[in-house]
Design a binder for this molecule. Sequence first.
Ligand SMILES: [Zn+2]
Length: 328
Amino acid sequence: MTEEKAEDKNKMASVFLPALGGMAVCGGTHGNELSGVYLVQEMERQRKEKGDGVWPIPVTTVLSNPRAVKECRRYIDTDMNRCFSKAVLSTPITDSSPYEVRRAQELNNLLGVKGSDDVMDMICDLHNTTSNMGLTLIHYSASDWVTLHICKYLQTKITKVPVRVLVLDFPINDAYNLESVSKHGFTLEVGPQPQGVVRADIYVIMKEAVDLTIDWIHKFNSGTEFEGGDVEAFKFIKSVDYPRDPETRNLTAAVHPQLQDRDFCLLKRGDPLFLSFSGETVTCEEEEPLHPFFINEGAYYEKGIAFHLAKKWTLTVPSVQVHTINSA
Ligand SMILES: [Zn+2]
């Protein structure tokens, strides 16, 4: 950055934003991603023991898909984390509606109805991935200063694992994740953790991220000014499927050992992508260098996704401050 540019940024005036009324922490949106399930249960235990005052802001805890959690499955009928688009949320419910479509509509009502004024200010939806993604914060907007500031805060405070920000840059009505119901918020992905397993190292990272998010909201509501600056992010570009037999659609290759576990590395033309079961290497043919993530995610075999590709994106956020401070 040049000195002039740095000076420009310092001069940038604070954006004043309304205080956040509270936050919902949702776990078990996928029933076999156990860190979130156990973290929500632990938070409920703490509330029982110490009362609502255990957190400095109002916190709602939600076990999103209780039936799937009970059976330790991703879902019962359909992937619930694809059910929060405006279209699915307004589908009439009949006897044959999938359980997750009903439950998504229930959650939408519980959390204040997507797109309405009185919707929950912030949802933090807890997920695990089998991919080696460290802590990844996924959301839909490149101009939601609150969410981006929280991401920036987590990137500064959490040093044990890489903290990446992934932006799915498409219209909010089409946005299908649970967190898209709220005004701000993100999906919190932590991995690697196998499905149906809880690992203490992964759980601790998730808990720290939730605690720091509560901490940021409390500080923001109390009048702290958060300085602007750059947030390093990734923008979703596209998904890549496994090589398949054209007739049977069976896989003919696995993720290449040189790509496995290297989420968010720089992938260039000619780099190995897959190793076929007969021993040949399939290489990258992309024109521009991109960053792969959700590499070999267990839940994505059924979706026909071997990994996603993203582009680096530097977002500049202004300084932010709450516009009214409760004087009480
Ligand atoms: Zn998940």
